[in-house]
Design a protein around this ligand. Structure first.
Ligand code: SF4
Length: 286
């Protein structure tokens, strides 16, 4: 019998979506539904792990296994899920506050270990769920509820940080271009290793609708002149200040993933155990 072809609709759930009308996260959700269909992942083989925040509600809106975890902890839990069930596709998701502030330590170590999962960060430069406080990616000088005189800090650059840490796949998308974002999620999921997909996903309530215009005006889609296997080119792109790079910025293959390393260790431990027990046995007979 022919397998049933799944469509984006099959990955929707009946959970009511409580985001503000116009929130950028709707575009990300649509891209995730479409990417899952394109990859033909049976829902029972897909897991979406999220942290806490507006965007972290996304797990409930995807027909898959879902785990809405604790603040900043999506990555270690997603890594654990992948270790326990390496045959599953694991997506981690959340916002810039969740991933780049509370969860920074996990961001660092998940990249270092090259866990085989796709991390979709809905970067809106603000804490939306708690009503508009400064986040690690809020631009310097911006007025927020918690920085009425302007943000005194310089923003964190997640693309540059991931590159320095040795991430094996780094991309940036825009929730206002669902098709392009879908393709990035598909590529990130097919990549064997940790894939960061930072998404410019405006918070219309606390940063305004003009954020979509900002990305449309300053976004530059990377074309064939950009070689994602070239670290230096990728580095240059991550340092752009006026333009916003969109596309696959960096990608290398062949770096062992955490689940591969763990499987090798298990195998070695089994061999060692076998060797030791054989030695003990021989000792008895001599
Ligand atoms: Fe989206 Fe901002 Fe509303 Fe949260 S507060 S749902 S991020 S628009």
């Amino acid at each position: 019998m022919e397998p049933v072809k799944l469509t984006a609709k099959d990955y929707k759930t009946s959970v009511p979506i409580v985001w503000c009308p116009g929130c950028g996260d709707f575009g990300v959700l649509n891209a995730m539904h479409q990417a899952a269909a394109e990859l033909a992942i049976p829902p029972e083989n897909l897991m979406v792990v999220s942290g806490i925040g507006c965007s972290s509600r996304i797990g409930g809106y995807v027909n898959a296994f879902g785990f809405n975890t604790i603040h900043g902890r999506a990555l270690p839990i997603a890594s654990g899920a992948k270790l326990a069930r390496p045959e599953m596709t694991v997506w981690a998701a959340g916002g810039d506050g969740d991933g780049y502030s509370i969860g920074t330590n996990h961001f660092v170590h998940t990249i270092r270990r090259n866990s085989d999962l796709t991390y979709i960060v809905m970067d809106n430069n603000i804490y939306g769920l708690t009503k508009g406080q400064v986040s690690p990616t809020t631009p310097h000088g911006d007025v927020t509820k918690s920085t009425p005189m302007g943000n005194p800090d310089r923003p964190l650059n997640p693309l540059a940080l991931a590159l320095e840490l040795g991430a094996t796949f780094i991309a940036q998308g825009f929730s206002g271009n669902v098709k392009h974002l879908r393709d990035l999620i598909v590529q990130g999921t097919r990549h064997k290793g940790f894939a960061l997909i930072n998404v410019k996903s405006p918070c219309v309530t606390f940063r305004g609708r003009q954020e979509f215009t900002v990305v449309r005006e300053h976004g530059v889609y990377l074309d064939e002149s950009h070689d994602p296997s070239d670290w230096n080119q990728a580095h240059e792109v991550t340092q752009w200040s006026e333009k916003i790079p969109l596309g696959v910025i960096y990608k290398i293959e062949g770096v062992p993933t955490l689940d591969q390393v763990a499987a090798d260790l298990q195998e070695k431990a089994r061999e060692k155990q076998h060797f030791e027990s054989t030695k003990d046995l021989l000792r008895i007979f001599h």
